[in-house]
Write a protein that binds this ligand. Structure first.
Ligand code: FAD
Length: 466
């Protein structure tokens, strides 16, 4: 079947290159509607956002009109109860046919929605927000990264919360937050109210925009110009029911809700960016001809080789993402978030964590590599703005550096593969005794005595403080 772009056949890869067998008939219908909204609304705004550094609010409104903001929330809150396969398809479609910045905005929004739906049961405030989300086009975001800990977003070193008579007093500084100053609501993670030094003791809170100091309009970056990922500061007293879950629930929330959804959304979004590059490059190389040889650029075997490798790598990453999404659907009663009502400690999504990180690594590496290949295939014309490849190349690079960066992610997967999940040591709590003893072995007697004295006085000071 020929894929259409308005009244014309789509200029990029046709539907035979799409793994449609993962989608239900409803999802295929939604995909078609979304492609049309991308053509008419998201894509023109992508160009405008990129040129003028503006937040694509109209794109968010268009997604709300399709009922996509609370897409994964249960039907009982008036939402679509979209499964993992559906959400990967939506992210890929937005990035591929519409606007990568909007895909990233949608990704951070959906990560935050996952945090909420995970603990919606028994919290009327969260349920109210989910019910209103599409009707009132309420865009959210996840403000996690502390300035001091870089891309290790699970490690909020300088943020904290206290119990107060009114509820919670939360103080948070985030170096980066998508939709900063534009979001209607935020979820954020800090150390827990009764924090005693264990950084695995985390809690999640919900804020509305008047409780957060964002930084609208300050985003000045290489690409993803519409994303507006700026610093956020929170110093707010919020009601008791704004804790998402309960004190100390943050690490579980990361493993079961935030990480699986974030990594799947990375995969959908950056696979989409890679496909967008292939699509616009295909349009160019099949139309541009060299008069001296009577050949199109696409007729050169080197160009065909480049497309062959790019398409194959893209398909591998897409199959990985959709396959993982399907496995998650099978493990969760078709993507249900109501399973935690029966058992709040159930962790079916976390079982797939290593796969989820692999999906992030594959897709963000794909978009970075394929965007370069397509730029080279298009030559000097690819370097110019009107082809739209130049914007996509800049947008394609963000996923690699976003937390956890691909260096950290690869290391994490490698460590897991070599030594098991316990070796990962998310919060830097394990003593590396072989290294410690090796370093101590380098000291002479005086040096060792100096260390002994230092440790002795630390122990004495600790005892006195007790
Ligand atoms: C477009 C965009 C949108 C974003 N949106 C959000 C958002 O909505 N919410 C949010 O919370 N954050 C967001 N972020 C932040 C993001 O998730 C990361 O926190 C941020 O990109 C990290 O940047 P940094 O300069 O602090 O990197 P650093 O962590 O300082 O890393 C610098 C370099 O050191 C390497 N490195 C770091 N640690 C290790 C290690 N242990 N081993 C090996 N190498 C290491 C990294 O790979 C990288 O090459 C966004 C970032 C971008 C670019």
């Amino acid at each position: 079947m020929t894929k259409m772009w308005g009244d014309e056949p789509y200029y990029g890869l046709d539907e035979e290159f799409d793994p449609q067998w993962f989608l239900t008939e409803d999802q295929k219908k939604l995909q078609k509607e979304l492609i049309e909204v991308c053509r008419k609304v998201l894509r023109p705004n992508a160009i405008e956002s990129d040129r003028n550094n503006t937040y694509p609010r109209k794109n968010v409104d268009a997604l709300a009109e399709l009922g996509l903001l609370a897409a994964i929330a249960p039907k009982k809150y008036g939402c679509r109860a979209e499964n993992h396969v559906g959400i990967v398809m939506i992210a890929e479609t937005i990035a591929r046919y519409g606007c990568p910045s909007t895909a990233l905005i949608y990704m951070m929004h959906m990560v935050a929605v996952a945090g909420l739906v995970y603990r919606a049961h028994g919290n009327a405030e969260i349920q109210k927000l989910l019910r209103r989300m599409d009707k009132d086009a309420l865009i959210g975001t996840a403000s996690y990264t502390d300035p001091e800990t870089g891309g290790h977003f699970w490690y909020p070193k300088v943020s904290g919360a206290k119990r107060v008579p009114e509820g919670w007093h939360v103080q948070k500084k985030a170096a980066w937050t998508t939709s900063s100053g534009y979001a209607d609501w935020y979820i954020s993670q800090t150390t827990s109210p009764d924090f005693k030094g264990n950084y695995a003791d985390l809690s999640v809170f919900l804020f509305y925009k008047d409780e957060v100091k964002g930084s609208a309009g300050k985003w000045d970056a290489m690409g993803m110009h519409g994303n507006q990922s700026g610093p956020v500061e929170i110093d707010a007293i919020i009601p008791a029911d704004r804790i998402v879950g309960w004190p100390g629930d943050g690490a579980k929330s990361n493993d079961e809700a935030i990480d699986p959804l974030a990594m799947l959304m990375y995969a959908g979004s950056y696979n989409g960016v890679a496909l967008a590059c292939i699509d616009v490059a295909k349009r160019h190389v099949t139309r541009k001809a060299h008069a001296q040889y009577g050949r199109r650029v696409a007729d050169y075997p080197t160009i065909q080789d480049s497309f062959g490798r790019a398409v194959t790598d893209a398909q591998a990453s897409r199959l990985f993402a959709f396959g993982l999404a399907k496995a998650l659907d099978d493990a969760t009663e078709n993507g249900s978030w109501e399973i935690y009502e029966k058992d709040p400690n159930a962790m079916p999504r976390a079982r797939f964590s290593s796969w989820a990180f692999e999906a992030k690594l594959l897709s963000t590496r794909l978009s970075s590599v394929v965007s370069d290949m397509m730029l080279q295939a298009c030559g000097g014309r690819g370097y110019m703005r009107d082809l739209e490849l130049e914007r996509l190349v800049r947008d394609s690079k963000a996923g690699w550096v976003m937390g956890p960066s691909n260096e950290i992610t690869a290391q994490l997967i490698g460590k897991w593969a070599l030594f098991g999940p316990e070796a990962i040591d998310w919060w830097n709590q394990r003593v590396d005794e072989p290294v410690l003893m090796n370093e101590l072995g380098k000291l002479d007697e005086a040096g060792k005595r100096r260390i002994i004295e230092k440790l002795r006085s630390e122990l004495t000071a600790g005892k006195a403080a007790q």
